[in-house]
Structures are given as C-alpha cells and as structure tokens.
Ligand binder design. Sequence first.
Ligand SMILES: [Zn+2]
Length: 370
Amino acid sequence: MSDSSRLRHASTVVLAVLLCAVLPSTGWTWGQDGHHYIAQHYSQHLPADLDSLRACDSEVDAHVTDPDTRKGSTPGESERHYIDIDYYPEFLAGTLPRDRATLEALYSPATVSGEGVLPWAIAEVVTRLTQQFQARQWSAASLTIADLCHYVGDANQPLHCTVNFDGQVTGNNGIHSRHESGMISTYLGQLDTPAMSVTYYASPLDAAFDVIAASWAGVAPILAADTEATDAAGGSTSSATYYASLWNSTRVLTQARLDTASVMTASLVYTAWVDAGQPTPGANASALLAAGPSPFGDALTVRFAAGGPLSVEVFDVRGARVARLADDVSGEGSVTWRPGGSGVPVRPGLYFVRLSGPGTNLVRRVTLVR
Ligand SMILES: [Zn+2]
C-alpha cells in the first residue's frame, strides 16, 4: 500500500482515504513489472570481469521489490523511494546543495526527510555494496544489488522526483500508477534494452542527483501525455484507447528511463567493485575457473578447482543452459566441451561457463565461432 508520507500534500483526511482506496496494492513504485524489468536487464551491461555476478541474477530479481515490502516495517524506509526535487527552488536555479547536512541546515531534517531522501539512499547502498565486496560477502551483496536496482529504478521514474507526484497539482490525478503500473504492465512485451557500457562514478551521490534531474525533465511530458490521452479517450483514464495514447506519447521517454536505470545499476555495481579493489566475484581466493581457448571452434577446455560438490555448466546469453559438463565433482579437474557433440546444434556466439558449488559461483565468457 502507498505510504502515508506520500500523501502529506493531501489537504484532508478524506482525500487521503480516497487515494489509498484507489491505489494498487503494489504501492507507488514503478509497479512490480517495471522493477523486475530493471532487475532482469541490469547484468547484461556488466563488464567481463564481473560475469560471475550473473550467477546472482535470479536472486536479484526475486528480491528487487523487498524495499517496498520494508516500508511497512522499517521506520524511515518510505522516504528513501522518492525526492520531491522541485520542492527546492535551488533545484530549478541549479544551486541545490547535495550534501544532506547542508540541506538539512537550510530546511530542517524533518523537511528534508519529508520531501524524500532517495539520492542519499542510493549513495548509502553503494557504500554498503563496496564494503560487502571488500569482505567477499557475495550472497549478502546480491541482496544489496537488488536494493540498488530498486532505488535506482525509483530515481528513474519521473513521478518519484516531483512534488506533483500524482498529478494532483495539475488535474492529472492518478497518473502515477497509470504510468508506472497500468501502462508498463500492458506494454511490457514491447520494451527492449540493449547491452551498454558501464561508467565509473567518482561520486555515486552526484550520479544519483544527475539522474534524478534527467528523470524530472520527464514529468511535464508525462502530464501532457495524460491530458492528451484522457481527451482522446473521451474523458476515460482506464480504457484501452487511453493507455494506447499514453504509451504512444511516452514510449520513448519511458524506454529511455528503464534503459538508464538498468545501465546505471550496473555502473554503480562496477563502481563499488572498483572501489573494493576489484576482488574476484563469487568465490574465495582458492577457487579457480579457466575456459579456453576463446574464441574456439571445436573444443573448449575448462579447468576448475574448488571444494565440492561442484557442477560445471554452459549457458547462452539468454540464460538458457546448453550443456552440463560436470556434476557432483570435487577438487581440481578439467572437462572438454564439444558444442553439438550430442547431436543438438549449437549456434556460434557468446556463452558463459559457470562453476557452482558451496560458496562458489564463478563464470567465464567464451565465444564460439564456426
Ligand atoms: Zn520504491
């Protein structure tokens, strides 16, 4: 359910009750589908040195909406999902202090908290991830990456970045969930995000503020699209005509925000990993996985070492397993993959060899050429 702090602009309790009654139970946050989309698309942007983190993809996806669940039980959680950045005249003037203590000295801690603390939440999560990478706490890190996906996703939802978060100031009431839940769920199948290069951010906090400013630029177009769609649908905000018009007008903007959310999450994971000293993800220092040559044509040799029971598998770029090379083995070993050897044709392209076992999840990428 939506958190009560998001309703602080409502002038009466009656309005608050009405809003609660019509909001979807997923709460105000990209909707489940948008968050899962970002979680499912972030790891494709990771550089090869971080391929082993792909082993956590399903866990990241499974936990990406945990921060929403925590709103009901963790004090201070609700305001971590938004910032009403245009509440501050300094934002429009380009002089907004990004240091939280400085802003609190200007506006009071209660005001800063009430207007939302999303950029600082993102910076805190990156710091936590850096510490977990340094400590080689890989499974804890995968839950932190899920949190990062979530908050970066929220920062890329324009309606999480404005005082007019539900169109209530401009007569676009209800646009928040229509855009991020109703529309996304309807048109999810038309979304597509290509792999992009990651960026190292010297200041994750600055990166968060910058992306929030970019998101905020989407507020006015979304509101205009809502007005146009409502007119096109004869006043309806729930018909297929309404959603088709809203999608037509905001498709490019919405896709860009989801693309940015996924690549920015990968960039912040990469940043944390660099700042942690570039530890090998997914294993203690004694585990080993090597696969070569790459590119290869007929045979790939895979050498491994770790405490068992271990399995060695090969996945394609879509995450489908194409070969199981070893199962329930232990210690040091070596196996050979001959693609197509079992009679099932294997297409040329990029593949991921994974060594998994207790405390071990190593991945190496290889290229098959024919
Ligand atoms: Zn959220």
